[in-house]
Write a protein that binds this ligand. Structure first.
Ligand SMILES: [Zn+2]
Length: 154
């Protein structure tokens, strides 16, 4: 059960993110396998979801793209049995995870290197990257321990 392909593919059929002036650094960093988020210069709060404004102090366009720890825990997940979008019809059932970053923000993402049977609350994770197309890399997470159920049995 895999939502994103394992290797970049020219025939990837799902919509890819719409790049804007605000979110472009996030996606460009991901393509280089770097995880960057905005951090407010005024109050040092992390800004997520990506925004021009700090959700803590209201500062606008006053942030740096900064590397968080890359550590997270699994906070919740669902298994989609009905496609959220017609493009995803061939992938059902597929899991979608919510992870809590060590910095406190929650992020909707997917897990790699583990099947949903191995998901458990507070599973420790580290950031990973999945090259989906030559232009688009998804930020995903993978278990940080070696006890997790491997995605593919040897
Ligand atoms: Zn702020």
């Amino acid at each position: 059960m895999s939502f994103f392909p394992q290797t970049p593919t020219a025939d990837y059929r799902l919509p890819t993110p719409l790049l804007t002036a605000t979110n472009r650094p996030y996606w460009e960093a991901a393509r280089e396998h770097r995880f960057l988020l905005q951090r407010c210069r005024s109050c040092a709060s992390w800004i997520y979801p990506i925004s021009v404004a700090c959700q803590s102090c209201g500062g606008v366009d006053d942030y740096d793209w900064t590397a968080p720890s890359g550590r997270a825990t699994l906070s919740s997940w669902v298994i989609y049995h009905h496609a959220f979008d017609p493009f995803e019809q061939a992938d059902v059932p597929y899991p979608v995870a919510e992870v809590e970053l060590a910095e406190g923000m929650r992020m909707v993402t997917q897990l790699v290197g583990i099947e949903p049977e191995g998901y458990r609350e507070d599973l420790e994770l580290v950031v990973a990257f999945r090259d989906v197309t030559p232009e688009f890399t998804a930020v995903v997470f993978t278990p940080s321990d070696t006890d997790a159920v491997p995605e593919e049995a040897p």
